[in-house]
Design a protein around this ligand. Structure first.
Ligand SMILES: [Mg+2]
Length: 359
């Protein structure tokens, strides 16, 4: 517990306060002013291939979190230690609910791997009708946002719930609900929430998209996705022996674009503008837009499965508020406080949250 009674693991609090966020703004221009330039040094260190493999395990590196038949004692021990640090958000639901009691819950949900399973073809990462119902139920009680690396329009087309906030392009494209949901903001105020800190990069992103599509034509299985303010090169369907060549081709294109940054996610390389904006900043922006920036009685819950979600977990730790929940079947380095195994468990958690709010 923290000074606010929020559920975060205290021993890692050395992460410290992430940054203090200015008062809520809702205009695109003010967003741009908030987004500085990132330090390229840290991002360019290390081997890309090693990093791609670490982000995208194809083989079981350690035992699944619930010990499988035949797994070794050493694996089980590692598993147990990890689960002690990052207990199941379902198994610990009572503790989460107690910490959130009397506070305003705000729900943040990643999409791929959180609400939908990771699939071979990213265009087919649909969510089930049951999951949609669960998210709809949560949004009836709490302000709810989808925070995704996908383009905002694309992720909206998957989720299709107009009462949600959407932060696409890793939070670089934020828009309020188009339908009234739970009256946290007046409908007109909610609809005016807008943040696009990287709009000046649009022409450059388009150019790089075309160049990458041309380069990737020679790599079987590679797929370039235009997420509007950022690009994804998916290598889920690329043979592992070709990953190094793929990374080199992508880097070759980016040599002419020093204002774009290359990062890795789960089975994906991401190209994004060199600005200090990420899912954590999107979370802070949305809390501000909702009027909760400086409130102690807010309880943000962020659920995600990717390295890019760590920026949001870090913000929660820095604020000493709420609960970060990592979706993973495997022990992973994370700043999240809790874990869930897969989208099915995410659905279970959302349903339980709704049930506890109704009781
Ligand atoms: Mg994800």
């Amino acid at each position: 517990m923290t000074k606010h009674g929020a559920v975060v693991v205290p021993e890692d609090a050395a992460v410290g306060r992430h940054f203090s966020f200015p008062p809520p703004r809702t205009g695109g221009d003010s967003c741009k002013k908030l987004a500085g330039q990132v330090d390229l040094g840290a991002a360019m260190m290390g081997s890309w291939l090693d990093s791609m493999k670490a982000s995208s395990p194809r083989h079981r590196l350690v035992a699944p979190r619930v010990a499988a038949t035949g797994s070794s004692d050493a694996d089980e021990t590692e598993d147990d230690v990890w689960m002690e640090k990052h207990p199941s958000a379902l198994g610990s639901f009572g503790a989460v609910a107690a910490a959130a009691s009397g506070k305003q819950v705000v729900m943040f949900l990643d999409y791929d791997g959180t609400l939908s399973p990771i699939v071979e073809d990213p265009d087919r990462a649909v969510m089930t009708e049951e999951m949609r119902d669960a998210v709809r139920g949560v949004a009836e009680h709490f302000p709810t946002a989808i925070v995704s690396g996908r383009g905002r329009d694309k992720v909206f087309n998957f989720v299709r719930l107009e009462e949600l906030y959407y932060a696409g392009s890793h939070g670089m494209d934020i828009k309020g609900p188009t339908a009234d949901s739970n009256h946290h903001l007046t409908p007109s105020k909610a609809k005016s929430v807008l943040c696009q800190p990287a709009s000046e990069f649009l022409p450059m992103i388009g150019e790089v998209h075309d160049a990458l599509v041309a380069k990737m034509a020679s790599i079987p299985g590679a797929k370039v996705e235009n997420n509007k303010f950022c690009l994804s090169v998916h290598f889920r369907c690329v043979e592992e022996k070709t990953w190094g060549a793929l990374a080199e081709q992508v880097r070759a294109v980016l040599r002419d674009y020093p204002r774009l940054l290359l990062t890795q996610g789960r089975m994906v390389l991401e190209i994004r503008p060199v600005i200090k904006w990420d899912k954590g900043r999107a979370l802070e922006f949305l809390l501000g837009a909702l009027g909760f920036a400086d409130r102690d009685d807010v309880f943000p819950i962020y659920i995600g499965d990717d390295r890019t979600d760590e920026d949001a977990f870090k913000v929660l730790r820095g604020r000493g508020q709420g609960a970060g929940i990592l979706v993973s079947k495997f022990p992973k380095d994370t700043l999240a406080s809790f874990s869930l195994r897969d989208p099915d468990e995410v659905k279970g958690f959302l349903r339980q949250l709704v049930r506890s709010s109704n009781s």
